[in-house]
Design a protein around this ligand. Structure first.
Ligand SMILES: CC(=O)SCCNC(=O)CCNC(=O)[C@H](O)C(C)(C)COP(=O)(O)OP(=O)(O)OC[C@H]1O[C@@H](n2cnc3c(N)ncnc32)[C@H](O)[C@@H]1OP(=O)(O)O
Length: 558
C-alpha cells in the first residue's frame, strides 16, 4: 500500500465501540438507532464478516477520511478476498473533513449490533457467499451471487439503459410524440415539468445517473466517496463507518446523480436477486440541491434500473420519520404487501424508522414518466373535445356599470355568448337554493317578487336600532385607512340602489352575499370589543331571522 494511504495515527475515541464492546453493547435509542433483527443475525445472517482488524481501522477516533475509507476498503477487500486493486490509490477525497464532526454522537446513537452483523454481508461479498454456501443462510451477494457489481453497473436511464445490461425503456417511445404534445407547460403539471427539465439536462450531457459498486475504477470510486460524504452529512445520526461500509460493500449498488462530473446525491441499495426485491439502505441529495426534483428522478432511475437490470419487483426501506413524505410521493406505502417469506431475515432491521414498500411496475417507463403523463393528458383532452365544445372560447361580456355597480345595459341570460351552445336552456333559469321564491311562470313576475322581498329585508335592517353604522358608505375623510383595508365595501344605501334598479340582484343569493360582505367588512376592520363589531353581529342575527321567516311564509311574499 502506498504510504499516503496509511491511516493517520489517531487516538481512539472513548465512544468508539471496540470490537468486544460492539459485540455486546446495546446503544441508546434514537431516531437513527438501528439494530439488526434477531432473526437476521441469528437465523439467516452469516457470522460477522467484518474482522476486528478492519473494524478498528474504520473507527479510529470516529473520524474517517478519504484515506481511512480507502484503507478500510483495502483492508476489507483483503479480508473478504476482494478484488480491489491499487487503482484506489488514485482516489482523492477533497471532502475529507466531512466525517470529522459529530461522529461521536452518531456512534452513541447507533446500535452496535448492526455494525457487528452489518446486515449479513457488508464488505464481504465473497465471504458471505462462501459462508452461506454450506449453510441454510438465505443471504446472497448482489448481482445474482456474483462478486462485484460489474453486471448491471454503469449509466442508467434513457441514455444509459442499453449500457446497463441492455435494458430498454418500457412503454413509450418519445420520437413521434413530440408534435402531439400539448405545448403549454402548465398543462403538464409541476411533476412533469421538473422531470422534463431534468431529462433535458441529461440529454444535454450536463446530468447523468449512474449505478456502480465498489469496482476499483478511479472515477467510480471518487463518486462513491462523494456519495458517502453526502450520506454522512445528510444522515447525521448514522455512523460514518457504517455508511462507508455499506457504500463500499460489493453486495450493495449505488445509483448516483452526477452533475458536471460531481456527485449530487444517490441511493445505495442491496438487490436480493433471488427474492426479487431490493433494500434501500441510504438515500440523500446534497443540501443545496434538495427539493429540485433530483430525489424523484433518482428514484425513477433506480426503479427502472432495478427492474430492468436486477429483475426486482419490489423495494423495501426503513424510512426515517422525516423522509416518509418523500417516500410516499415516490409510491412507497407503509403497508407491506410483499410476502413475508420473501424478505424476512434478509433486510436489516432499524429502530426508529418506518418500514415502507414500493412495488415496481413491470411496464411503467420510469425515466420517461413525463412523456407518458403528457400523452395521457393529451388523450383525455382530445376525448373531452370530442364530447364537448369546451375548447371554444367566446368573447367576454361588456359589463359597463354605472353607480353602485348597476350595469348600464341589461344582458339577458340567453344572450350570453356560448351559453346556449354549452347546453343551457331557459328552463334551467333560477336554479337556486331560494327556489321557492321563483316558482312563478315568468321572469318579470319572479323579479317583482324578489325585489319586494329584498326591499322588505332592507327596510327591516334599516329600521333596526343597530343599523346606524351601515346606513351610508364609510367616509374616507372620517376613516382614512378604511379603503386600504376593506377592498369591497358595502352599505345599506348601496344595496338599496341595487334593489331599486331591479337589474342588479337577479337572485336572492346575490343580495345575501352583499349583506354578508357588509357585516364581514365591519368585523374585519373593527376589533370585537368595538360597538361597530357588536352592531354587525346583532344586525346580522336579525337579518338571518327575517330571511328565514320570509322564506317560510313564501306565499305571503308572492
Ligand atoms: C432510507 C433512508 O435513507 S431514509 C433518509 C432519507 N434521506 C434524508 O432524509 C436526507 C435528507 N433529505 C434528502 O436528502 C432529500 O430531501 C430527499 C432524498 C429526502 C429528497 O430529495 P429531493 O431532491 O429533495 O426530492 P425532490 O425534489 O424530488 O422532491 C420530491 C417531493 O418530495 C417532497 N419531499 C422532499 N423531501 C421531503 C421530506 N423530507 N418530507 C416530505 N416531503 C419531502 C418534495 O417537496 C417534493 O414534493 P412535490 O413533488 O409535491 O413538490
Amino acid at each position: 500500500m502506498d504510504s499516503h494511504l496509511t491511516a493517520p495515527n489517531r487516538s481512539r475515541s472513548s465512544q468508539t465501540p471496540s470490537p468486544s464492546h460492539s459485540a455486546s453493547a446495546s446503544a441508546t435509542s434514537s431516531l437513527h438507532k438501528r439494530k439488526l433483527a434477531a432473526a437476521a443475525s441469528e437465523d439467516h445472517a452469516p457470522p460477522s464478516s467484518f474482522p476486528p482488524s478492519s473494524f478498528s481501522a474504520d473507527t479510529r477516533d470516529g473520524a474517517l477520511t478519504s484515506n481511512d475509507d480507502l484503507e478500510s476498503i483495502s483492508a476489507r477487500g483483503a479480508d473478504s478476498d476482494s478484488d480491489a486493486d491499487d487503482s484506489e490509490d488514485a482516489v482523492v477525497d477533497d471532502d475529507e473533513d466531512d466525517f470529522d464532526h459529530d461522529n461521536d454522537s452518531s456512534i452513541r446513537t447507533f446500535t452496535t449490533a448492526r455494525l457487528e452483523s452489518g446486515g449479513g454481508g457488508s464488505g464481504s461479498g465473497r465471504n458471505t457467499k462462501l459462508k452461506t454456501e454450506n449453510s441454510t443462510v438465505k443471504l446472497e451477494s448482489a448481482d445474482g451471487g456474483k462478486d462485484g457489481a460489474a453486471p448491471g453497473s454503469g449509466p442508467v436511464g434513457p441514455t444509459g439503459a442499453a449500457a446497463a445490461g441492455g435494458s430498454s425503456i418500457a412503454g413509450i417511445s418519445t420520437k413521434e410524440d413530440v408534435k402531439i404534445f400539448t405545448e403549454n407547460i402548465q398543462t403538464s403539471g409541476a411533476y412533469s415539468a421538473r422531470e422534463e427539465s431534468l431529462k433535458r439536462e441529461e440529454e444535454a450531457g450536463r446530468l447523468k445517473f449512474v449505478c456502480y459498486s465498489n469496482d476499483g475504477v478511479d472515477e467510480h470510486m471518487v463518486w462513491l466517496i462523494g456519495l458517502k460524504n453526502i450520506f454522512g452529512r445528510q444522515l447525521p445520526n448514522m455512523p460514518k463507518e457504517y455508511i462507508v461500509r455499506l457504500v463500499m460493500d460489493r453486495s450493495h449498488k449505488s445509483v448516483m446523480v452526477i452533475r458536471r462530473n460531481q456527485v449530487v446525491g444517490g441511493i445505495t441499495y442491496r438487490p436480493y436477486v433471488s427474492q426479487k426485491f431490493g433494500e434501500i439502505a441510504f438515500c440523500a441529495i446534497t443540501a443545496d440541491e434538495q427539493v429540485k426534483g433530483y430525489g424523484t428522478r433518482l428514484m425513477n432511475h433506480l426503479k427502472q434500473h432495478a427492474r430492468d437490470v436486477d429483475g426486482l419487483t419490489h423495494f423495501l426501506t426503513y424510512a426515517d420519520n422525516n423522509a416518509v413524505g418523500y417516500f410516499i410521493k415516490q409510491g412507497f406505502t407503509k403497508e407491506i404487501h410483499l410476502e413475508r417469506d420473501r424478505w424476512q431475515g434478509y433486510i436489516k432491521d432499524y429502530d426508529g424508522g418506518i418500514l415502507m414498500e414500493c412495488k415496481i411496475d413491470p411496464k411503467l417507463p420510469y425515466t420517461d414518466l413525463s412523456t407518458m403523463i403528457r400523452r395521457q393528458r393529451q388523450a383525455i383532452d382530445e376525448k373531452i373535445r370530442e364530447l364537448s365544445n369546451c375548447q371554444i372560447v367566446y368573447p367576454g361580456i361588456d359589463f359597463q356599470k354605472k353607480e353602485a355597480g348597476i350595469p348600464k345595459k341589461v344582458v339577458k341570460v340567453e344572450d350570453i355568448p356560448g351559453l346556449k351552445e354549452a347546453g343551457w336552456t331557459p328552463d334551467q333559469w333560477g336554479h337556486t337554493r331560494f327556489r321557492a321564491l321563483i316558482v312563478s311562470a315568468d321572469n318579470a313576475t319572479n323579479q317583482k317578487h324578489l325585489t319586494g322581498f329584498m326591499r322588505s329585508l332592507l327596510k327591516s335592517m334599516h329600521d333596526h336600532v343597530d343599523a346606524w353604522p351601515f346606513k351610508e358608505p364609510v367616509d374616507a375623510r372620517d376613516v382614512p385607512d378604511y379603503y386600504d383595508i376593506i377592498k369591497d365595501p358595502m352599505d345599506l344605501k348601496t344595496m338599496s340602489k341595487r334593489v331599486e334598479s331591479e337589474q342588479y340582484y337577479v337572485t336572492l343569493e346575490m343580495f345575501v352575499a352583499d349583506v354578508k360582505r357588509m357585516f364581514a367588512n365591519a368585523r374585519t376592520y373593527n376589533s370585537p370589543d368595538t360597538i361597530y363589531y357588536k352592531c354587525a353581529t346583532r344586525l346580522e342575527t336579525h337579518f338571518q331571522s327575517k330571511v328565514q321567516s320570509g322564506l317560510q311564509s313564501n306565499t305571503k311574499i308572492q
